[in-house]
Design a protein around this ligand. Structure first.
Ligand SMILES: Cc1ncc(COP(=O)(O)O)c(C=O)c1O
Length: 431
């Protein structure tokens, strides 16, 4: 559990930051968040002298684990040359070429600094390109912290009871129509009524912000067809899934292409990033070539370009996918047998290196289903694991991630902790 030093720091932080943190989910670690001293591989070392196995991994970006030597070297090389110019730099070309190879060959890229900026820019681009105002998103999907998508949002917005944020004017919120994930008919219904004015459908191809929820067979394909039928663009928000499910993300994994892809997290190698990618005829609408405005002091930051490129080069060896995939599989198998052994009402959703356990007797096919699971049971699991040095997402509305640093030894250690925790919580009637 977080110790005295963390408690002291959190005490100070509460005077300085709303809720003591700078992003809400960080406050979900109870009774107070641990403060980090340093991190390496699969481990976080806290200021209280504890070592934690990290399955949160910065909420997704650290697919190679903490402080990977290749990324470290690339950053060091970059620091030697200065770390920010505000002028074009060769590494942005190299990273863009890599991204285009896997997402939209022959297309174009705009680098921004966060996933939020990426989806904000993608939506503006879709509106500018189509001349239409409405967008469709899915209830419980999270696409960042800007007005157009803070309607029926997932992740921390759902956790803290503000899926539709105060401060977003009604006149803005009403431009965002909300459909149900994995429910094609809910999209068709909206399209029949509003299709001629829908600029884009934006979707997390695998929901990673309501636990983990994979698409049902044909769901993504149906979205593709519906968008094309109505002349709307399909925005695949791959901020989590991009470079995680495969080099070409969920679009490669499921064989369905969006018109615009948004990336973030992994592609920045742990440095802040967002990316908008699409074919040239769409991207040409962006300033300075077109009339859809985007700009950013820190866009294509050299340190980010260096870390992102080094990360992709390691991913291209295939090893990270093998290790992270095997780790997740072993953990899911263990959890499944514990669920069976103790007769717990729970279900697990799993895609490659991301999974989540839901304490419910039903399948979880939508964020609405996820909301119905027993949150107290998940909170107890999180807390007891943390006591034993294993850090999983503090909220049911997030994913558990594995990385290339989660070797079989790390997984074995986690499995021992899981066995102890299930035994204890079952004994206490908390599962
Ligand atoms: C699918 C998705 N899109 C967009 C975002 C926003 O990214 P950022 O937090 O970098 O602004 C997130 C963040 O978790 C995300 O999961």
């Amino acid at each position: 559990m977080p110790g005295a030093r963390s408690k002291e720091l959190y005490g100070k932080a509460q005077e300085l930051f709303p809720g003591g943190v700078n992003s809400p989910v960080r406050a979900a670690v109870k009774p107070y968040p641990f403060y980090v001293e340093r991190a390496e591989g699969a481990y976080i070392y806290t200021v209280d002298g504890e070592r934690l196995i990290d399955y949160v991994l910065g909420y997704g970006p650290l697919f190679l684990g903490h402080r990977h030597p290749k990324v470290y070297e690339a950053l060091q090389r970059q620091l030697e040359k200065g770390w920010f110019y505000g002028a074009p730099y060769e590494l942005e070309i190299k990273l863009a070429e890599k991204i285009l190879k896997y997402y939209h060959p022959g297309g174009m890229v705009r680098f921004v600094n966060t996933g939020t900026e990426a989806t904000m820019t993608a939506i503006r681009l879709a509106r500018g390109f189509t001349g239409r105002d409405l967008i469709i998103k899915f209830n419980g999907c999270y696409h960042g912290a800007h007005d157009a998508v803070l309607v029926g949002a997932g992740s921390a917005a759902a956790e803290y009871g503000v899926p539709s944020s105060k401060g977003v004017p009604d006149s803005v919120a009403k431009l965002t129509l909300v459909a149900r994930y994995n429910d094609t008919r809910s999209v068709e219904k909206l399209m029949r009524k509003y299709g001629d004015n829908v600029a884009a459908i934006i979707v997390e191809p695998v929901v990673g912000n309501a636990g983990v929820i994979p698409p049902q067979r044909e769901f993504l394909k149906a979205l593709r067809e519906i968008a094309s039928t109505y002349g709307s663009l399909l925005i695949m928000d791959e901020v989590i899934t991009g470079f995680r499910l495969a080099l070409g993300g969920a679009q490669q994994y499921y064989g369905v292409k969006g018109d615009i892809t948004t990336l973030g997290k992994i592609v920045g190698g742990g440095m802040p990033i967002g990316v908008v990618v699409a074919e040239k005829h769409i991207m040409k609408e962006l300033t300075p070539l077109g009339k859809v405005f985007n700009a950013g002091t820190f866009n294509a930051h050299p340190a980010t370009m260096a870390a992102g490129l080094a990360t992709i080069e390691v991913l291209e060896t295939g090893e990270p996918y093998r290790i992270a995939g095997e780790a997740a599989k072993a953990l899911v198998e263990e959890l499944s047998s514990l669920i069976e052994e103790y007769g717990v009402r729970a279900t697990i959703n799993h895609v490659e290196s991301m999974f989540q356990i839901f304490f419910t007797g039903h399948e979880v096919l939508s964020p609405e289903d996820a909301q119905k699971s027993r949150k107290e049971a998940y909170a107890a699991l999180h807390e007891e694991l943390l006591r034993r040095g294993v850090f999983i997402a503090p909220s049911q509305m997030e994913a558990v991630f594995t990385s290339a640093a989660h070797t079989s030894e790390v997984v074995e250690e986690t499995i021992s902790a899981l066995r102890e925790v299930f035994k204890k919580l079952h004994g206490e009637g908390k599962l």
